[in-house]
Design a protein around this ligand. Structure first.
Ligand code: ZN
Length: 392
C-alpha cells in the first residue's frame, strides 16, 4: 500500500515501540481492520527487521481502562503467535512511561494517520525482567483425505477445530465443563458430514483434505503448526474452507462471511447462494476483526485463499430484526461458557443450508482447474504471488 513507518531506520538489536491500531480510511479497508493493525503482525515485522523486543504504547495513563485491560492479561498463561513468540521480550507501556522515554503520543498521533510519520531512534535505557514457565502440551491435528483422480497434488481443505478450553473451576454453579458443543463440535460434525457426502460423490479431480485442527482456542496453534510444516504443499493448496460454529436457526437469506473483500471464493459462494435465492454479506461486526481469529487465518497469512462463513441473521421467517436478536441472545448466553451444550431443540436447518453451499463450492473447486485469487484490497495476494510458478 506504499506505507512505510520504518523508513530507513535500522532496528537491529533494538527495542521497538509501536502504537496499536492502523490509520483509518479506505487505504486500510475502512471499518474492517487489516492484519497490519494486529500485535502479531507488528511483532513479526519487528522481528524480521532484527529487533529484540516490541513494546506497545497504550494510549492512556495508568488509571485508564485501556491500561488495566493490558495489565490484567500480563500474568496469565498465554500462548504466542509466530513472530512475537520469537522476540526476547514483548509487552506494553502506558502513555506516561512512553513520555518519560521521550515519546509524546498526542503530537505523534496525527502523523500516524497521514503517513508523514517515520520511525526515529530514542536514546534511552530499558531494564526489564520477565519470568516465564513453558508448558509443553502434546496434541494432534487429525487429517483425512479423498485422493483426486487427475491432479492429486492440488488440494481443497475443509477445516474445523476440535478443541475447546477445558474446565472453569470458578464457574458459578455445578457445571464447570466447557463442552464446546456449538464452538466447535458443530463445526467438526460439519466437516465429518462433508467428508461422508463427498465420499459418496464421484471421485473428484483434485484431492480433498478434511482437517480437524487442535488448539485453536489457545491461539490457532494447530493451524499454525500445519502451515509451518504442511502435509500438502501450500503452493498447490487450492483453498481452505473453515467451519467454526455452524449457524443454529431456521433458513436465512444471508450467508455472512468473515473478511468480505478478501478473495474470489466469496464470489463463487455468492453465485451458488444466488441459485438458492440467498446472498453473501459481511459479518456486520468490523470491530471484532473476525477474519484474523479462526483456523483459516494461518492459511490466509501463508497466501492460501481461505473462506470462513458465519451465521445468517436475515431469517426467511421473521427477517433481520428477529434473526439478529436471536443470534445476539444465543451468542451472549453460550459463547465460551459452560452452558455451550448440545440441546435437542437445536434448529439445524440453516446449518444444512450453509453446508450444502460449502459442499457445492468445494466440489466446483475440486472438479475445476481454477485457482482462487486474492482481491487487490487483501493483504495476502502478495504472499500467494511468490509461489505462482507452482500453479502454472
Ligand atoms: Zn471456535
Amino acid at each position: 500500500r506504499g506505507w512505510d513507518d520504518y523508513g530507513d531506520l535500522d532496528v537491529t538489536g533494538a527495542v521497538v515501540l509501536v502504537v496499536a491500531g492502523e490509520p483509518d480510511g479506505e487505504l486500510f479497508n475502512g471499518p474492517y481492520a487489516t492484519t497490519y493493525q494486529s500485535a502479531a503482525y507488528k511483532a513479526d515485522e519487528a522481528k524480521r527487521r532484527g529487533a529484540v523486543a516490541v513494546l506497545t504504547v497504550v494510549d492512556g495513563d495508568a488509571g485508564t481502562s485501556a491500561w488495566r485491560r493490558e495489565t490484567s492479561g500480563a500474568n496469565h498463561t498465554r500462548t504466542l503467535t509466530p513472530g512475537s513468540a520469537e522476540l526476547t521480550l514483548s509487552g506494553a507501556v502506558n502513555r506516561d512511561v512512553a513520555a518519560e522515554m521521550g515519546v509524546d503520543l498526542a503530537s505523534l498521533k496525527p502523523r500516524l494517520e497521514t503517513g508523514d510519520f517515520r520511525a526515529f531512534a530514542l536514546e534511552t535505557r530499558i531494564t526489564a525482567s520477565a519470568e516465564e514457565s513453558v508448558e509443553i502440551l502434546r496434541t494432534h491435528n487429525l487429517l483425512a483425505r479423498i485422493t483426486g483422480a487427475e491432479r492429486p497434488n492440488e488440494v481443497v481443505i475443509y477445516s474445523a477445530h476440535w478443541d475447546h478450553v477445558g474446565v472453569k473451576d470458578d464457574a458459578a454453579g455445578d457445571d464447570k465443563v466447557f463442552n464446546g458443543a456449538w464452538d466447535n463440535a458443530s463445526g467438526t460434525i460439519g466437516v465429518v458430514e462433508m467428508a461422508r457426502q463427498l465420499k459418496a460423490a464421484p471421485t473428484p479431480k483434485r484431492t480433498f483434505v478434511f482437517a480437524h485442527m487442535a488448539a485453536e482456542e489457545m491461539g490457532l496453534l494447530g493451524a499454525y503448526a500445519y502451515v509451518a510444516d504442511p502435509v500438502y504443499p501450500l503452493e498447490t493448496t487450492v483453498a481452505d474452507i473453515n467451519i467454526d460454529m455452524l449457524p443454529l436457526s431456521g433458513p436465512t437469506r444471508d450467508v455472512p462471511i468473515f473478511g468480505k473483500g478478501q478473495n474470489s471464493l466469496e464470489d463463487d459462494l455468492q453465485a451458488l447462494a444466488e441459485q438458492e435465492g440467498r446472498y453473501v454479506s459481511d459479518d456486520g461486526q468490523p470491530e471484532q476483526n473476525f477474519y484474523y481469529r479462526s483456523d483459516h487465518f494461518p492459511f490466509a497469512r501463508a497466501g492460501v485463499p481461505a473462506l470462513m462463513p458465519w451465521h445468517g441473521v436475515d431469517w426467511v421467517e421473521g427477517g433481520r430484526e428477529a434473526g439478529l436478536a436471536a443470534w445476539k441472545a444465543k451468542f451472549g448466553a453460550d459463547y465460551h461458557r459452560p452452558s455451550d451444550e448440545w440441546s435437542a431443540d437445536w434448529d439445524l436447518r440453516s446449518a444444512v443450508e450453509n453446508l450444502t453451499l460449502l459442499y457445492r463450492l468445494g466440489l466446483d473447486l475440486a472438479n475445476g482447474d481454477e485457482w482462487p485469487t486474492w482481491k487487490p484490497t487483501s493483504e495476502f495476494g502478495q504472499v500467494r504471488d511468490r509461489s505462482a510458478a507452482a500453479r502454472r
